[in-house]
Design a protein around this ligand. Sequence first.
Ligand SMILES: [Zn+2]
Length: 65
Amino acid sequence: MSHALRDDGSLTESCEQCGTDTPHEVSIEIRTEGSGENEEFSREPYRVASCTRCGHETTTRMNDR
Ligand SMILES: [Zn+2]
């Protein structure tokens, strides 16, 4: 992990669009998986980091194994 968490809640991560480390705004989203036909859809937390320079979003499933 090369993340540097800062006081304002933003952190610096590499952006594939910018090709360099840029400040990112990070939020957590709960997204529902499944089509709806199956009632056993699950709600998974995703970490969404958006580059404050170009706006590119990187979504990472948090409990991916
Ligand atoms: Zn960027």
